[in-house]
Design a protein around this ligand. Sequence first.
Ligand SMILES: *[C@@H]1O[C@H](CO)[C@@H](O)[C@H](O)[C@H]1NC(C)=O
Ligand SMILES: *[C@@H]1O[C@H](CO)[C@@H](O)[C@H](O)[C@H]1NC(C)=O
Ligand SMILES: *[C@@H]1O[C@H](CO)[C@@H](O)[C@H](O)[C@H]1NC(C)=O
Length: 363
Amino acid sequence: MARAVLLPVALLLLCLALAGGADAERKPVGFYELKNKKGDFSIKVTNWGATLVSVLVPDCKGNMADVILGYDTLAEYVNGTASFGATVGRVANRIANSRFVLDGKPYRLFRNDGNNSIHGGHRGFSKVIWTVKEHVLDGDSPYITFFYHSFDGEQGFPGDLDLYVTYQLSSPYDLSIRMNATATTKATPVNLVNHGYWNLAGHGSGDVLRHELQILASRYTPLDATKIPTGQVAPVAGTIYDFLKPTPVGEHMEVVSGGGGGYDINFAVDGQQDALRQVARVEDPKSGRGMEVWANQPGVQLYTSNWLINEKGKGGKVYGQYGALCLETQAYPDAVNHPEFPSSIVRPGGQGYKHDMTIKFYY
Ligand SMILES: *[C@@H]1O[C@H](CO)[C@@H](O)[C@H](O)[C@H]1NC(C)=O
Ligand SMILES: *[C@@H]1O[C@H](CO)[C@@H](O)[C@H](O)[C@H]1NC(C)=O
Ligand SMILES: *[C@@H]1O[C@H](CO)[C@@H](O)[C@H](O)[C@H]1NC(C)=O
């Protein structure tokens, strides 16, 4: 008994000590709830990894469900490896051979995915404590803003970077996630994603293979054997990646190759790449709950929770393979090593990085 209580406390102290390294000041970790006026739409977030912890939305009968996977405690977030709901960076997704050259200078990153680097390294932005800048937790458009200063050389990346992530609710059931980053000393690649694991029937309710998925992308970026884009941007027509019309997620699941089986692939979203536009739509036919994903990014990663195996989540639920899908709006993977892809480089004095996404829930 005593041990079960002590463990989370020990982990909490550990993470506070880790975070103290750069700026000695100790930052508390908290959970915050944002709720609409009517009380039928709310989210929980934490400044650990600027993470989205829960999203409660109704269906047409007024039944509420929490439609995102996550954990109950900070200790589990500190320990977890799935990036549930987290803000992932400095560069989400993979960088080939954990290296790149920028302005003639070579940089080396941690290898944490075979020879590649993934999700910003061992301790990316999803594993650090952000500062709560401001929050309005209720009213018409409740919001919360997190801030993080990333230092020059952090996880191998060049230059200082100031980051903000804002979560905001608006009427009727819109959740917007706005991320920005400003490089202050050197040019650097930046690719932040929100790594929400969605299940519109409710987290822990089984797999999402019957969810109807539409992705507004006529092309995708094929991968080599190490899951790095080949550089091609190929048409989805006639492939298992064609989700232009609403299609059950599991339609081609038995033939999706690689990894644990299932999708883990970037789509080149149609339309003007830096304009806020609809990227995808997902609907659970049983409850009728749906979500549209809008964003101003060139790509979106579809990941079907291929590696979730008996993961203990919120409220005693257990998450298994295909227990959710992720739609991570993003720059193309490994863009820093692919001059032919839309650029992911942010420069001091330049335009800065601005990633807006809105998730519009409906029933
Ligand atoms: C930490 O993660 C491991 C492996 O995923 C798991 O077995 C263990 O129960 C976790 N511990 C906590 C405190 O969540
Ligand atoms: C890593 O790179 C080395 C050298 O190129 C190669 O021999 C090895 O097979 C690679 N490992 C993986 C897991 O791809
Ligand atoms: C980034 O977001 C924060 C919080 O909303 C805002 O105060 C700041 O002006 C934004 N920075 C840029 C460069 O857009």
